[in-house]
Design a protein around this ligand. Structure first.
Ligand code: SF4
Length: 455
């Protein structure tokens, strides 16, 4: 299989092999699923939305609902305005959402459909809403689609009424429901009232019941999104993803924001807790100190198994930056760090992390890369551990490297979206997974006389 990948590296500009990203509408769809009673709507052909839904369903093991303009040849020639008009009417008539969130696709962007004027021409039922964002897939990645759709909701809905609502808005980067629940749990422990937008918990991790609900209980409500403009302040979690929505909210509603690194690892979580503590007079409950202390204790107890080990980390930029920060705190060397999402800021931030821990000489980072790049690097000089999405499993197998799944997508394991990798609890889980993967390798390889039950 991938063990046929050649060792010699050649620069490629017009070809991606084993991509490390997916297309913008996947992110837009996921963002819209984090809004209560919302039907995501793909303005393009059926094939696109079938792929987007399948991709999300395979990661979350939950149905990802979405509708489509169902373009055929006619729409490609005459534009998709008529399809949008009929499609949104059908969705309101049949599925009765409170809001439809439309995103574009490669096709509707290429033919130049003007969504602003199309939406002005729709027959939107009273008390119902339509928002949109442009998500051309030949630019950026699913990460761009996610924050573009966040901007779309803010642009259409958020308002500054002049009366503050006493809440802190939390705008998270792309997160699993388990992580979103962790952010909410910590804010509740700190006694800080929040609105989190978007919030896919309760939607993409909804429980098995005796009946199917097309719109599960979770998701940020429309009044909450409107009320983002009245929040006291905004905490963005993930510098590479949510700076733009935070800026959009500031421009529109004059709400000040602070964007923090995605809270994976000790220092990044500390920053999140300190930001929350500004909202509650500086009170940090003992329960949070205890979790932090448990994490540090675990790192110290197990450090001999990972200190000095090398790893390769790949995936979405905020995940990768957070994971890089954690492994550096553990004393590991993130030898290869790669994202498929374009953006020079990613390389600058990883280099700043390498310099901070004085490992710059030993580490490489790349944006707009793919897993073919990563495999060639690993072939040239191997690593002790691979951390990233399921798409690295072929490299792990071909090169016989221990592998920890983290980030998006994890298609070949169950339960992953339910458990956090963020904040102190999530870091405890990651340190356990990383040390266990390395210990499993030792157990597999040691001679019989060294095979021991006590480590
Ligand atoms: S055509 Fe474009 S929008 Fe549709 S699935 Fe492919 S990359 Fe995504």
């Amino acid at each position: 299989m991938l063990d046929l990948t050649p060792k010699e590296h050649s620069e490629r500009t017009a070809l991606r092999i084993n991509s490390c990203k997916t297309c913008q509408p996947v992110g837009a769809l996921y963002c819209a699923l984090g809004v209560h009673n919302c039907m995501p709507y793909s303005h393009g052909s059926q094939g696109c939305v079938a792929y987007h839904r399948t991709f999300l369903t395979r990661h979350f093991k939950e149905p990802a609902i979405a509708s489509t303009s169902s373009f055929t040849e006619g729409a490609c020639v005459f534009g998709g305005g008529a399809n949008l008009k009929q499609g949104t009417k059908n969705v309101f008539d049949i599925y009765d959402p409170d809001i439809i969130a439309i995103h574009t696709t490669c096709l509707s962007e290429t033919i130049g459909d003007d969504l602003n004027s199309f939406i002005m021409d729709l027959d939107i039922p009273e008390d119902k809403l339509v928002v949109h964002s442009n998500t051309p897939s030949y630019v950026g990645s699913h990460v761009d689609g996610y924050f573009n759709m966040m901007c779309g909701f803010i642009k259409y809905l958020s308002k500054n009424t002049g009366v503050k609502n006493g809440k802190t808005a939390i705008l998270p980067s792309w997160s699993n429901p388990g992580d979103l629940r962790e952010f909410k749990r910590l804010a509740a422990l700190m006694n800080v009232p929040i609105t989190m937008f978007p919030d896919q918990s309760g939607v993409m991790d909804s429980p098995m019941t005796d009946h199917y609900e097309i719109y599960p209980k979770g998701g940020t409500t429309i009044p909450e999104i409107t009320g983002l403009g009245d929040c006291d302040s905004v905490i963005g979690l993930g510098e590479m993803t949510v700076t733009e929505p935070c800026e959009q909210l500031k421009k529109k509603c004059r709400v000040n924001y602070e964007v923090l690194p995605y809270p994976i690892g000790v220092e990044n979580t500390d920053k999140f807790i300190m930001a929350l503590s500004k909202m509650n007079g500086g009170n940090i409950p003992y329960a949070i100190e205890e979790e932090r202390g448990q994490l540090i204790d675990l790192m110290l107890d197990s450090h001999i198994w990972f200190t000095g080990k090398t790893c390769a980390i790949y995936g979405d930029p905020d995940y990768v930056l957070g994971l890089t920060s954690l492994v550096l705190e553990m004393g590991m060397i993130p030898k290869y760090v790669l994202t498929g999402t374009p953006g020079a800021a990613f390389v600058n931030k990883t280099k700043a992390l390498f310099d901070k821990y004085d490992v710059g000489e030993k580490c490489v980072s790349k944006e707009s890369g793919d897993l073919f790049d990563l495999h060639q690097w690993v072939k040239q000089s191997p690593v002790d551990l691979l951390i990233g999405s399921s798409y690295g499993k072929q490299i792990a197998r071909a090169e016989d490297i221990p592998f920890v799944r983290a980030g998006f997508p994890v298609l070949d394991r169950y339960g992953h979206p339910l458990s956090p990798i963020t904040c102190y609890k999530g870091a405890i889980r990651l340190v356990e997974q990383i040390s266990n993967a390395l210990l499993d390798r030792i157990d597999r390889d040691v001679p019989d006389e060294q095979f021991d039950v006590i480590m």
